[in-house]
Ligand binder design. Sequence first.
Ligand SMILES: [Zn+2]
Ligand SMILES: [Zn+2]
Length: 372
Amino acid sequence: MRMKAAVLREFNKPVSIEKIELAPPKEKEVLIKTCYTGFCHSDLSFIQGILQFPLPLVLGHEASGLVEDVGPGVTSLKKGDHVVPAWMVPCGECPECRSGRGYICSESQRIQATGGLLDGTSRLTDSKGNPCYHQTFVSGFAEYMVVPEKGAIKIREDIPLDQACFLGCCMPTGFGATYNAADIKPGDSVAIWGMGGVGLNVVRGAKSRGANPIIGVDLEGSKEAIAREFGVTHFINNSKEDPVPIIKELTGTGAKFVFEAAGDFGAYVQAWWSLGPWGKLVHIGVIKPGAVFRTEDLPIMFAPLQGISTKGALYGFIDTQRDIPKFADMAMRGELLLDKLTTKKFKIEEINDVAEAMDKRQIVGRWVCEWD
Ligand SMILES: [Zn+2]
Ligand SMILES: [Zn+2]
């Protein structure tokens, strides 16, 4: 079928809106009509080539939609089901999957890097018949998506689809990290760098764990109001103030948990310095390679002296099939504030303006593409 899609043809160049061809779902794949697609900071990282994937690439990985058709052998989904496509589809057989860590499935990551679906091939071709590639099994900036059956997570039908799209990336990535990568106990101090879609969901997770204080750090003062609405007790604008002494003061000896959700090496360094004894840095953001630092830039000598640890966290270490429907329930109980996350809806033709606004740190909350 012919459909409109946002295609990245060259890194650091504008995305083109094209009519491209989507092949029907193959065995154990489903066709989804896209309803909403959030613009995630990782989409900007794809555009800027910080995340290198084969081109031309159909962007987008934070979407919601309705099942339109199913391929042969599909048993768990039918036309009309409400779904969120996941950007990690555990194979079930690699060493990580076998040890219960499908969220870092090496086979899924290997296939992602080819731009194909699970069989390694793409369903996308441009108007000249040349292949286009899938972004991490999703390619949500398109009118339709073909995704693996086990990557299409069925959700309850009463959750608004303009909130459900967040269950595909920023919500589990941030919230899940507070449960699965950190072990926050009531009263533990938490500081978070980056008050974007992911960081705000770290705040929700920290709040639900009873953390106190919850300190939000962002280079833009414009993020303070939404950060407070989501639950930070303190907000520090680190373009104006050095957050390290303020956090040391607020917490006594330094924060118990710090989260890097800005994807910035400067934020990573500040987060490191803000840790207290036995503290843990949870590293979520994708940091551009190439930062050169000296050992004195990071107080790594305190890692052994104070039992400090760092932990990378991908996709909140969730089990997509098990957890995304639960998150939908939590959202419907009003615990996640997903209804407050969208601050603007846009049309796909505006995607380059949205990318520019993201690059200039002008996006408060999430901007979401609305499909007809
Ligand atoms: Zn994302
Ligand atoms: Zn696996």
